[in-house]
Design a protein around this ligand. Sequence first.
Ligand code: SAH
Length: 420
Amino acid sequence: MNVRDSEHMIAELNNKEPYELTQELSEADLIIINTCSVREKPVSKLFSEIGVFNKYKKKDAKIGVTGCTASHLGKEIIRRAPSVSFVLGARNISKITEVVDKKHAVEIDIHYDDSTYTFGEYRTNTFKAMVNISMGCDKSCTFCIVPATRGEEVSIPSYLIVQEIQKAVDGGAKEVILLGQNVNNYGKYFNADQEQCNFTELLQKISTIEGLERIRFTSPHPLHMDDAFLEEFANNPKICKQIHVPLQSGSTSLLKDMKRGYSKEWFLNRCEKIRTLCPVATISTDIIVGFPGESDEDFEDTMDVLEQVRFEQLFSFKYSPRPHTKAAEFENQIPNEMASERLTRLQNRHTEILDEVMNAQMNQEHWVYFDELKAAGKISGRSDDGKLFFVEGSEELLGKIVKVKVNKVSRGALEGTVCA
Ligand code: SAH
């Protein structure tokens, strides 16, 4: 989502005057640090980064801080680092042109509504387009700072989404990645246009776009995975067979403390349903260990879900207390050492599972959409079920969906040869 926000800001700036992107710090006239604040680490990194940029930047170059840390720290950022020219919250990125020339401007209103705003065109990769379908979040997970930084949930009208995808497809994209904090809660809140369209219907609408061949989305919420949605996922040939089902914890009592709205049984039931309807689908997840009050049994429940579902990709984190969240105030915070041990155990077991999953890929065939040229005569892309591929090849494969046979496996990626 942050990558897409950065693209939006580049597009907006370019609407005002032409900008050129540079990787050379010493060349830049404007440096934008687009931040995350889901865990504490990126926040502390922000201030050290500002220090580094101040040291190496051009004398008059401006530094702007944008995104979620901007939202929740606001003018505190300028107080701590007066060299920062402007601060722009995650919900306010369409206002980048208003703050870029205003010294010490701070725009962080989380009630700001961008849902019918048409952003300019800018895409890092023309072959696959990221498209926002909603903003903000209507959940109140006790660990999560996002509702405080991105504001209330509002869905973008479906005709605007279709329009944006159509433009991307006209520009060469065959794949779209729909973005939102809870994508499958789409359609619950609209602002300007009162339309009726839920996520399943949105997927159906989008799949009628000619020339669009692949649809991905992130993140769906396990709570909203009703049967109609899972059937659409399984049966719509344009929807890639890769689904993120963020678990957070396998313990029903901890899930309750987290205010996730589902139980271990519901989660397992949804994953089983996915496997039944669509055996080829890969399932990935997010897990937090060391949430306040996590007992050995709670953690074993998490390990049990890992064992039963055998997630292909796992994003796992040590719980990080965040401002504006309920859990930061909970008693019984878990000692860091214990959380680290649990994280290591979880990740080690996942690595074993992943090795088994990936080793079984040898000699398998996949349809790979090639979207990026790499060094040393390689080209990369993803299979329908989300596996990363590296294959020898050049431009003529770019933007094509081609059958590839796996001849080398590793944990993170597969290699193979194009089938005749
Ligand atoms: N709405 C998204 C969440 C985005 S944040 C979703 O439900 O998938 C991405 C992930 O960061 C979360 O799924 C969670 O696993 C992790 N996370 C969020 N807050 C956290 C915290 N306080 N400490 C550790 N990890 C956290």
